[in-house]
Every structure is written in C-alpha cells, then in structure tokens.
Design a protein around this ligand. Sequence first.
Ligand code: FES
Length: 77
Amino acid sequence: MTAPVTITVRKNGSLLVTGDVTLLDHEGKVIERTPGKPNMALCRCGHSLRKPFCDASHKAHGFVDPPDVPADAVPAP
Ligand code: FES
C-alpha cells in the first residue's frame, strides 16, 4: 500500500510534497528527485535557481505569504 500524497504549504516558504508522486516537466519527462529523500520541497516564490525545487532562496528574497483570504470572500466553484 502506498502512502497518500500530502502537500504542505510552508509558512513563507516552499510546498513540501510527501508520498509516492512522480514529478513531470512541461514535456512530460520525469524530473528526478534526490535519491533517498522521501520528501521534496517545491519553490513557490519564483527565486530558486533549482526550479522546480526550493533552494531556500525565498529567505534571502524575503518571500512572505500573501494575507489569508476570508472564506466568504472566495466565490463558490
Ligand atoms: S520557495 Fe524556496 S526558493 Fe522559492
């Protein structure tokens, strides 16, 4: 049985992906993960030099989460 995939939004940082997931580029080619690492951190600040992975550049660039949007401000799907 495989572990469910979990994506965690880190405060002022990356998206932490855990679980058995395959990462593909825009052409459908597999992007290799770091061997032996069960998790991967994906950049969401746009400053990483190792995209799509986070290289901690968000810290040097002062990336800050946008403010939370109240639930009633989001239109229903
Ligand atoms: S989120 Fe870490 S470098 Fe972009």
